[in-house]
Write a protein that binds this ligand. Structure first.
Ligand SMILES: [Zn+2]
Length: 376
């Protein structure tokens, strides 16, 4: 192997980081993680700065070893889905070939890959100009961090997302776009027994919408809709005046998002229930990530590096989003899942596969060595 990971030191750092609660809504926790990396990147000789995205979220972090255009933008996120207090219930632990704890694989282990890669690049005097960007609010959709990530992506020739590889070891080069439909139904309240005819049921309209929206799903095109939240009404004896739904939408292409948006406009213009009006719209929060020619060239480099590092894997599509969706949508070649292997993210069983650490790190370094001077 070319790049050797000091696994014992790495695991000491990982334990330290996992044992810092850093839920997206816990800016102090995220800041503590940022502080660790800020010091470490500076010690490694990289220039590093905090980036305030101005939402009350913790700071983002940007570390570079050169000037734009960067050969690669390495992306990670410091926030987790686990609320403050999780660490005291179940701190970092190790059992055989696995490590556990909140954010152990999604994605504190990937963040450390970036740090150890930075050190290695400096120590070996490797060529190339790189930018490492750590987001503080990825788990809630990166709405405020998006312009910053997109600016860095425009300054970069490729984008490498250090989210974990799948439990199977596979990497990701295709992700669905993600959007939400929020619809509010305004009817007219009335006594359900005395004069129901004077009412207009917002809930009845909502029910029709849920069924119609489900009909827009298309398995072949990869389009899914899930009405995950509903609310409405004030009592069984009242014709409901107000109701609302929030629907998760996943699409492989923006054409599908347009098809859904068009149907929403039609239904808004002609509600099913007389006397009910509807405010509704589809907002896409992450564009789809599809492998274009540039990404395919980057995938080929990854395959070469994997071969050299003795890593076997396949490419995989997923319905989950990441910050790679933003960079890919700008036409920047993007691969995702370049962190270590693990699984059960966002659950109490989240784990990191320790055996994957040396070879996946070696593979990452092999990719970083190949990009400068390549055509990607
Ligand atoms: Zn993640």
């Amino acid at each position: 192997m070319r790049a050797k990971l000091d696994v014992e030191q790495y695991l000491r750092d990982l334990e330290h980081l996992v044992n810092i609660d850093s839920h997206t809504a816990d800016p102090e926790g995220v800041e503590a993680v940022a502080g660790f990396f800020e010091r470490a990147f500076a010690e490694a000789g990289w220039s590093v700065k905090r980036v305030d995205i101005g939402t009350g979220a913790g700071p983002c972090l940007e570390a570079t070893n050169g000037q734009p255009p960067y050969d690669a933008l390495l992306l990670g996120h410091m926030d987790t889905v686990f609320p403050k207090g999780t660490v005291s219930d179940r701190p970092y632990s190790r059992d055989g070939d696995r490590a556990f704890g909140p954010g152990v694989v999604d994605m504190k282990s990937g963040l450390l890959f970036a740090l150890y890669a930075a050190r290695e690049l400096t120590a070996t005097g490797a060529s190339g100009s790189f930018c490492i960007a750590f987001n503080s609010e990825e788990e809630t959709g990166s709405t405020s961090a998006r312009p910053w990530i997109e600016r860095l992506a425009r300054e970069s020739r490729s984008s490498i997302v250090l989210e974990p590889a799948r439990a199977s070891g596979n990497l990701v080069n295709q992700r669905k776009g993600i959007g939400h439909i929020h619809a509010v139904f305004h009817g007219r309240a009335a006594h359900a027994g005395v004069e129901p005819e004077k009412g207009a049921s917002a809930v009845n309209e909502m029910a029709r919408w849920i069924i119609e929206l489900n009909e827009l799903a298309n398995v072949d095109r990869g389009t899914t809709l899930n009405t995950g939240l509903v609310s409405g009404g004030t009592g069984a004896n009242v014709v409901p005046e107000v109701a609302s739904i929030t629907v998760d939408v996943r699409v492989r292409s923006l054409d599908e998002a347009e098809r859904i948006a068009a149907r929403i406009e039609e239904m808004k213009a002609r509600p099913f229930t007389p006397g009910v009006s509807v405010d509704a719209g589809l907002v896409m929060t992450r564009p789809p990530m599809n492998p274009d020619a540039g990404t395919q060239r980057l995938c080929a480099l990854v395959e070469e590096a994997a071969g050299e590092a003795g890593v076997e894997f396949g490419w995989q599509a997923t319905g989950g989003g990441s910050d790679g969706n933003f960079t890919a949508a700008l036409g920047v070649p993007t691969v995702d899942g370049m962190g270590p292997v693990g699984g059960r993210s966002h659950s109490v069983d989240e784990y990191l596969d320790l055996a994957s650490l040396p070879s996946r790190f070696d593979m990452l370094m092999g990719v970083l060595a190949r990009i400068p001077g390549s055509e990607v």
